[in-house]
Design a protein around this ligand. Sequence first.
Ligand SMILES: *Cc1c(COP(=O)(O)O)cnc(C)c1O
Ligand SMILES: [Zn+2]
Length: 401
Amino acid sequence: MNYLKCIECGKEYPNTEVLYTCECGGLLDVIYDYSRIDFTLDDLKGIPLSVWKYRKLLPFEGEATSLQEGGTPLYKCDRLAKKIGIKELYVKHEGMNPTGSFKDRGMTGGVTKALELGMKTLACASTGNTAAAISTYSAKAGVPAVILLPEGKVALGKLGQALIHGAKVISIKGNFDDALRLVKQLCYEEGFYLLNSLNPYRLEGQKTIAFEMVEQMNMRVPDRVLVPMGNAGNITAIHKGFKEFMKVGITEKVPKMIGIQPEGVCPIVKAFRAGTDEIIPEKNPETIATAIRIGNPVNAKKALRAISESEGMAESVTDEEIIEAQKELAQLEGIGVEPASATSIAGLKKLVKNGIIGTDETITCITTGHLLKDPEEVISVSSKSIVVDAAVEDIRRVLYK
Ligand SMILES: *Cc1c(COP(=O)(O)O)cnc(C)c1O
Ligand SMILES: [Zn+2]
């Protein structure tokens, strides 16, 4: 019912093969025969939101390794919308997944596939959230996991998660792109199962973000969806989800996909501006948004296609704009997100200000990870708490200052 297909040369492979890229080096997609998938509105009725609700549109056969991922809230953000100056703003808060990021959607699928294929060890390189998810889901599945991290560049909450759930955590003296190159080699040579977003089965789990969003908007589709981009798997996955809901007849359009990167590392934005799909890797990526500190995004080609097919775009934002957006989301809407997530809000602000996004549009921003992932960043950008003697008059003195 489904198979793998190269996005470059079109070569097809059976879904029983352990494969991450085509012989030609191209990225792989999971392809279905939609004419044989009977999926209707009745498949949605009366079932709570979750990744596995959409099993008919997923390529997994075996018993799911699940911690009840998905079903994340879609918040209508009227105060922030007013401040930014648009009609209708929603935030889909993926930080509300079991380990606090959307990576869980990909990992529940990826680990389920790993077991189907009989793989004995899971592996990934990570800026933090994939590590948290792989460690957690490997514990749930009872299968060991190996993680490569860029030393000193992983937010504290994520590191703690990777460690407590029992994965083998190895910090390398290099950046994420080095870690990914090394883990790929290990997977080929040691037979580990690679669970980075190069693995097309991870993206299949993540496409359910689109399915849920449509349901949460009463079967409407927003005009635009803004997504933080690192390796750019997620924007690709969400776009694929919207396309598939259209193919099976649930919806009638696909939103414009808008990818946002930090100015300190934005190779996809640069390629978009230059009108090419050739990425120039950035050797020294730097940003406060460590989750997307990625100089050589593996899914760039897929993402640039999703962007151009949907008539979307790519934009960059500064670290200052990211921090400001993070605080506004926290203080106007009560939504706590890590810096990478706030890039979608910061990007929206910039594009409305520049007149590119119209004030009458309906927008959804994806916030990819939870505030508590990176407590050190939060404390460093917030004002300090006030220390006083334990007496009510001392408290009163500072209250109204
Ligand atoms: C992984 C991650 C991203 C980037 O997702 P890609 O699919 O690599 O583009 C963005 N934000 C957070 C919090 C993440 O964990
Ligand atoms: Zn190929």
